[in-house]
Design a protein around this ligand. Structure first.
Ligand code: SAM
Length: 282
């Protein structure tokens, strides 16, 4: 077996010797400058124990292992999970979980703030947002996350009110995290090359100001508000929380919003005000 100093993303991908599975979003990184930059970005958050989802052939794993921290990976694909265990199995404090990141029990260290856990992943694009929400809902003391998405999805995480990509995903994720653009990654950096550009984002957790039931209500309100994107909030929310249009109109006016306001111009703090402002009457 090769020592890790001799490994590169290219040799790792070549060593896998399997057709890559589109159904599992298998686009593997080949560019070591990019894997190193992602690892550096993760390192800046001063993590201790690293969790990577979807190591694939191990390109990003290799760069993360070089940070010299305990590391755990979760891989769904049988062949990749075996390959990663074979290539990196002798590294101290390295563990492979063969499972689905949407279902498998998350490792214990993720729940311990003193382990300074971090999630790093070039996410499988077909379940990327679902994995993000799994980690939000698990309410873990992560120091942060460094995640790669298709650029179009990343744009929605980053979008500010009043801009083209602003959506329910933007308002909800911005309540949970401060989100920053790290870098765009061109299709040529992967094998096989995807059709679109990818984007790496950094997520820093914000203090959660709402109780769990309030968070659930906030998310329902945001989804209802964006369900009819072009309509005024009063029309989108009619019937929500037992309020008819008149009740919503009164509620919005009482809170200082124009009755013609639309979801796309409201930030997550506005949605929280509206949710809290609407509670006493329901
Ligand atoms: N980390 C590697 C890289 O950057 O080259 C591979 C990233 S590839 C975009 C996504 C990886 O996630 C694949 O290895 C795929 O098998 C794995 N995967 C897909 N769905 C998964 C799931 N639900 N749970 C865990 N791993 C999954």
């Amino acid at each position: 077996m090769m020592s890790i100093v001799d490994l590169t993303p290219g040799t790792l991908v070549e060593g896998l010797q399997r057709r890559l599975k589109k159904s599992l979003g298998q686009n593997f990184l080949l560019d070591e400058n990019i894997t190193r930059s992602i690892a550096r970005e993760a390192d800046n958050l001063r993590p201790f124990h690293i969790l990577e989802i979807g190591p694939g052939a191990g390109a990003l794993t290799l760069a993360l292992i070089k940070l010299g921290r305990p590391m755990t990976v979760i891989e769904k694909d049988d062949h990749c999970a075996r390959y990663i265990a074979q290539v990196f199995g002798d590294i101290p404090n390295f563990q492979v979980i063969h499972g689905d990141a949407l279902e498998t029990d998350l490792p214990d260290f993720c729940s311990h703030a003193e382990d300074r856990p971090i999630l790093v992943s070039n996410l499988p694009y077909n379940v990327a947002s679902q994995i993000y929400f799994r980690f939000i809902d698990a309410d873990l003391p992560l120091v942060g996350m460094v995640l790669m998405f298709q650029r179009e999805v990343a744009n929605r995480f980053l979008a500010m009110p009043g801009t083209k990509h602003y959506s329910a995903l933007s308002a909800i994720s911005q309540y949970y995290h401060e989100i920053e653009h790290v870098m765009d990654v061109p299709p040529e950096a992967f094998k096989p090359a995807p059709k679109v550009t990818s984007t790496v984002l950094r997520f820093i957790p914000r203090k959660r100001e709402l109780s769990k039931p309030e968070e659930d209500n906030f998310r329902k309100l945001v989804h209802a508000a964006f369900a009819l994107r072009r309509k005024t909030l009063i029309n989108s929310l009619a019937g929500f929380n037992g309020f008819d249009k008149l009740a919503w109109s009164e509620c919005l006016t009482r809170l200082g919003y124009e009755p013609s306001v639309r979801a796309e111009s409201l930030g997550f703090r506005d949605f929280i005000r509206i949710m809290i402002g609407a509670v006493p009457k329901v």
